[in-house]
Design a protein around this ligand. Sequence first.
Ligand SMILES: Nc1ncnc2c1ncn2[C@@H]1O[C@H](COP(=O)(O)OP(=O)(O)OP(=O)(O)O)[C@@H](O)[C@H]1O
Length: 219
Amino acid sequence: MLVRFEGADLGYGGRPVLAGLTLGVERGERVALLGKSGAGKSTLLGAIRARLAADRVATALVPQDHALVPPLSVFHNIYMGRLDRRSTLRNLATLLRPFAGDVAEIAPLAGRLGLGDHLWQKVEALSGGQRQRTAVGRALHAGGAVLLADEPVSALDERQSVDVLGLLTERFETSIVALHDVDLARATATRLIGIAAGRIVFDGRAEAVPRSEIEALYG
Ligand SMILES: Nc1ncnc2c1ncn2[C@@H]1O[C@H](COP(=O)(O)OP(=O)(O)OP(=O)(O)O)[C@@H](O)[C@H]1O
């Protein structure tokens, strides 16, 4: 089992958002978290992230707010996916003059994400969708066993969303992704977890969860 919660209360300052949560995720699963805004998807992702960090599982993250550094370029923001695996000296040198090897690795990745013409552009000058694809690029560059992503394609059109989620699921053995697009979740996940009123209201194989249960979640 990759991560397991047994009757856990997840929340902030003693106020639980998800109470008595029991949930396990196995390696190799592709999980989509569904639920209305404020249901607790980000809270659950944060708790899973903390557990995996404590267990030293290599995890890549696409946070909902992207957590990019706006005055730096697309290249530098993608490079940051491996910042903690490089020496401080190398990271500082990269700010001034990127190493050819890193450029040779990051440029094709940026190209694959439709950012090839923006590699040296500051993130602050990008559109919302371009910023989101930069955050995805940073996670792809980071790699690792597990992807945790909070609405990673919310600013992209349908075709781009399918393409980008395909790239992410190819790269990571296990993924846990909060998605508001139900059709996209059905198409890309092996398991759907619905959250409402502070608890899990359904949890099953993607093809087995009735559409009516998903609709009730948003009703
Ligand atoms: N840092 C925080 N401190 C206190 N309460 C918080 C904090 N972050 C989130 N909450 C509260 O926890 C609840 C769940 O929020 P969460 O962000 O997990 O929901 P979500 O399902 O991810 O929503 P969205 O789809 O809008 O991102 C909300 O009521 C929110 O106000």
